[in-house]
Design a protein around this ligand. Structure first.
Ligand code: ADP
Length: 669
């Protein structure tokens, strides 16, 4: 009996320890839905005493008693319930998942259910955090996508803005430069006439203002050129010392007026002639010295050029312009090289200027591989310096790029000026009269073509934008319909977007931008005339040789075959066999504009020229055809060249047929 009692006690302790092992609330509930037993966790969560809980209604402790009842009934139904979501009616409404199963007595009678309510607050919190994180991530992605879209839009807008700026600048250049061209040009013409002192003074003032305006327009255009990557630099030998002295000379009167001193320090070790872009160098120095003069009221301005390094090919020079002027404060010094930046807002009012000069200086120096620097102290002065490399040369063709002398021997040149604006027409007439050339004017392409039919001209100066027929259309017509190779120089008012390639593609020889620089115009006219004469000479000489003399010369073949008649006949018959189909294929490719095939046919025909002793000019013509075929440019000439080849090869075939017969006959003699 004692034993039995002890066993019962042990069992009940065992059961209790099992119940308490669960850290989640555990309830045993009888078949009437009343709580029979609970663990400590249940007391904790409900905040009730064991006595209060035991015997009370189980469902009462949940926010949704009906759901709790359903879960409880489901246990009886299925024998268990798992992860049934409920909320305990405690002070913090703990979310739980109910797991339960039935329990029976030894005879198998169902006594009730045992349920464990697993606290899922942490899990819920984690889920919510995950949900929030997901929403946040979605928002972030959305945000990033919008930002990316905005960035693409912004970059598109920036590109559009750059293009619009380019377009605006080129339009403006056209609009301003054309009338300015006339104003400056005619002022120059007037200045050469008999004038009273007053008239001369007024005109000089007009010219100075015009020049200043052109400088500004050119500055803006220079920047546009830099922006669009169209800035190019010349490489010409020039005398640096003379060039700098000439620059400084320009400021003499101003410096004298301001009673300041100008010092020129020039390193004697610098070679007398260097190769580079003297015009751009002058532009850089002009900008720096004019700033120094502008911002200095007393003291000195020093221009120094120093040899830093020298090797076989190049010299590295340091140019510095120092002044004792107003100086620039430390916080402004970084901005002054930017476009349209002046150190102080009052600068423009007090000293004038646009804030473009230094931006251009920096670009011009850096694009040539150099560097600029500035040191300045407020009220003490400034030193602007730059370092540039120049190539060395032994050439004594000094100042050749600048050369401008009217060659009195070049006379009787007839120029056709195709230009619609009357002021420009008049200016061109004046310039060409000064050169001693004869000129006619046509106010559009159509009139020009009519004039060309009745008169011979040596050069055409062709404006691009004209009513009726513009310069491109007129050139195309002259090259393709009139089949004329007359040199054509385009007159363009718009250097930033001037489609130089388009000028070349339609067959123009050169172009010059307005306002026309008279030296450049003269040199370009002479240069295209020279080129044209050389080409004409070549054609003439080859015509002479091919016309009066023979097309073929068999001495090379005789040498190679050691005058073996059979071998010679074999070679000639091979030529006669392969040449006509190659000519046909050349003509067909030209007709079909199949440039690869044209190139291939010409390639096959070239070796036969030297074997059959044909004039080297034909090989050159063939190579030109190949070049055109490869570059697919300047097509207007290609037809003529192919025709020349065809005629030469046909004539060669005729001659070789006779040769073949002669050799053959000699065999049987
Ligand atoms: P601009 O002279 O047309 O205003 P620049 O680009 O040449 O434009 O110069 C930008 C600014 O740098 C000037 O407005 C001036 O404030 C400052 N600056 C340039 N050179 C000097 C100088 N020698 N002394 C003092 N300030 C200068």
């Amino acid at each position: 009996m004692k034993m039995m009692v002890r066993n019962t006690i042990q069992e009940s302790r065992y059961a209790r320890s099992l119940i308490e092992a669960s850290l989640d609330p555990l309830f045993t509930v009888n078949t009437e839905g009343k709580i029979m037993d609970v663990n400590q966790a249940s007391l904790n969560i409900t905040g009730q005493l064991r006595e209060q809980l035991v015997g009370s209604d189980f469902f009462h402790y949940f926010t949704k008693p009906d759901s709790a009842k359903q879960a409880y009934l489901a246990v009886f139904d299925k024998g268990f319930v798992s992860d049934y979501p409920l909320t305990i009616r405690d002070h913090k409404l703990t979310d739980v998942l109910l797991n339960g199963s039935i329990f029976k007595d030894d005879d198998g009678n169902v006594l009730g259910v045992v349920v464990v309510a697993r606290d899922i607050t942490e899990q819920k919190r984690f889920e919510n955090e995950l949900k929030d994180a997901k929403i946040f991530a979605e928002h972030a992605t959305e945000f990033a996508e919008t930002a990316q879209g905005d960035a693409v839009k912004a970059s598109q807008q920036a590109n559009d803005a750059v293009k619009a700026k380019q377009q605006f600048l080129s339009n403006m250049s056209h609009e301003i430069r054309t009338p300015m061209n006339a104003i400056i040009g005619f002022t120059k013409v007037l200045l050469k006439t008999d004038l009273s002192t007053k008239q001369f003074e007024y005109l000089s003032a007009i010219k100075m203002s015009g020049d200043a305006l052109i400088v500004l327009i050119n500055d803006i255009l220079d920047l546009a050129k830099v922006d669009s990557g169209k800035m190019t630099f010349e490489e010409c030998p020039f005398k640096l010392k003379t060039s700098i002295a000439a620059m400084l000379h320009l400021f003499e009167s101003k410096i004298h007026e301001k009673n300041i001193e100008l010092i020129n320090e020039y390193d004697v070790k610098i070679p007398p002639v260097v190769v580079g872009d003297s015009v751009r160098l002058n532009q850089i120095i002009l900008n720096l010295v004019s700033n120094a003069v502008k911002f200095t009221n007393a003291g000195t301005i020093t221009m120094s050029v120093q040899l830093l390094k020298e090797n076989e090919q190049t010299v590295t020079l340091k140019f510095a312009v120092s002044d004792t002027g107003i100086g620039i404060s430390k916080n402004k010094i970084d901005q002054i090289f930017e476009n349209f930046q002046q150190a102080y807002s009052s600068t423009s009012r007090l000293f004038g200027g646009t804030g473009l000069g230094l931006a251009i200086v920096k670009q011009l120096v850096e694009l040539q591989g150099g560097s600029v620097a500035v040191e300045s102290e407020l009220s003490q002065g400034s030193t602007f310096s730059f370092i540039l490399d120049f190539k060395k040369t032994t050439a004594n063709a000094l100042q050749q790029c600048e050369e401008f002398e009217i060659n009195q021997e070049i006379k009787d040149i007839h120029i056709l000026v195709v230009e619609d604006i009357p002021l420009n027409q008049l200016l061109m007439k004046t310039l060409l009269d000064d050169f001693g050339f004869k000129r006619d004017i046509a106010s559009n392409g159509k009139i020009a073509i009519e004039k060309m039919k009745s008169k011979n001209y040596d050069v055409i100066l062709m404006d691009l934008q004209m009513p009726e027929m513009n310069g491109f259309e007129a050139t195309e017509y002259i090259r393709n319909q009139l089949k004329s190779t007359i040199p054509i120089i385009a007159l363009t008012a718009d250097v930033t977007t001037a489609d130089v390639n388009k000028c070349k593609a339609v067959g123009m020889d050169d172009y010059i931008s307005k306002p026309v620089n008279e030296k450049l115009l003269y040199n370009k006219i002479i240069s295209v005339l020279k080129n044209h004469a050389e080409v004409a000479q070549l054609t003439l000489s080859s015509n002479k040789q091919t016309g009066s003399l023979r097309y073929t010369d068999l001495s090379y073949l005789m040498k190679r075959t050691k005058s073996n008649p059979t071998l010679m006949m074999e070679m000639i018959s091979l030529y006669l066999e392969q040449t006509p189909p190659l000519i046909l294929s050349m003509k067909k490719s030209l007709h079909d504009k199949d440039w690869n095939s044209l190139h291939a046919s010409v390639h096959k025909i070239i070796p036969s020229f030297s074997i059959m002793g044909m004039n080297a000019d034909f090989e050159n013509i063939a190579k030109q055809v190949q070049e055109y075929a490869t570059s697919q440019e300047a097509f207007e000439n290609i037809g003529d060249l192919v025709m020349k080849l065809e005629s030469a090869c046909t004539n060669a075939c005729n001659e070789l047929k006779i040769e073949f017969e002669t050799i053959k006959n000699s065999l049987y003699e």
